[in-house]
Ligand binder design. Structure first.
Ligand code: SAM
Length: 241
């Protein structure tokens, strides 16, 4: 496959629906994307199959037990190769954005470590992790949903994964702007008509209208995005109108 993810997780079943349905399900079926899970619990040897451990210094909460975790990481590397990029999903990581997704989409083999409990031993991060990635400034109970968020966003950029060639290009953030509003049937919904220009058949006029909508929306909802953007001449002119 073009894109391989090795996911280290105590809850591999969470990835079953993700890899079976919709766009991602099709990408997996067609061999463009492949997701293998590695469960630290499979690398335990005691009767209780222990995967958590107490933190030095005391305090509430547990950490992931080191040996089953590192054994699972090594198992993932034995499939993905020693050069696989290892990412730890963590609220302390670099916040993921579309530019980050595009960068990660250039990497063929990625290992994602999903934390649980209060997280993982700092030395495991120092020794095994290339990069920490956060999906936002809030705390979840595990790295599984963040791992799925990352894989979903990356998979959409793998050639052939999205049905329509242009769909990823038109999405929000791809050109640094929010997407324009969209309309489908009926032409009149509860007395409200679809914007006339979309019925005109004039493709150039429609393109300009959509660009204008994107600019206005971005200015209203996310002015912060415009600050980091080098607008084209046309975009600047429309925005100034
Ligand atoms: N004590 C950790 C801290 O404050 O940095 C949080 C631990 S959290 C309860 C358990 C796991 O969920 C983390 O190890 C991480 O893998 C994952 N996680 C939680 N929030 C996340 C976020 N915003 N982005 C990425 N991963 C997150």
């Amino acid at each position: 496959p073009e894109k391989w993810f090795g996911v280290v997780s105590l809850f591999p079943d969470m990835f079953a629906p993700f890899t079976q349905q919709g766009v991602i399900g099709r990408a997996v079926k067609s061999g463009k994307l492949s997701v293998d899970t590695f469960n630290p619990r499979d690398f335990t040897h005691d009767r209780h199959r222990t995967v958590d451990d107490r933190p030095y210094g005391g305090g509430p909460g547990m950490l992931m037990m080191v040996k089953p975790l590192t054994d699972a990481i090594h198992a993932a590397k034995s499939i993905g190769g020693e050069n696989s990029k290892v990412i730890y999903l963590s609220p302390q990581g670099k916040p993921l954005d579309q530019a980050g997704v595009q960068r990660l989409a250039n990497i063929d083999r990625t290992i994602l470590i999903c934390g649980r409990y209060e997280g993982i031993d700092e030395r495991v991060i120092e020794r095994h992790v290339d990069e920490e990635v956060s999906i936002g400034d809030y705390v979840l109970s595990g790295g599984e949903l963040p791992a799925m968020v990352l894989m979903d966003a990356v998979a959409r950029l793998v050639p052939g994964v999205l049905g329509h060639k242009a769909s990823a290009v038109e999405d929000s953030f791809t050109d640094g702007l929010l997407d324009c509003p969209h309309y489908t049937r009926p032409e009149v919904l509860d007395g409200q008509k679809v914007p006339e220009v979309l019925l005109s058949g004039d493709h150039e006029k429609i393109r300009q209208w959509r660009l204008m909508q994107s600019l206005v929306r971005t200015k209203q909802r996310r002015p912060d995005l415009l600050n980091h953007l080098a607008l084209t001449e046309e975009q600047q002119r429309l925005l100034d109108q």
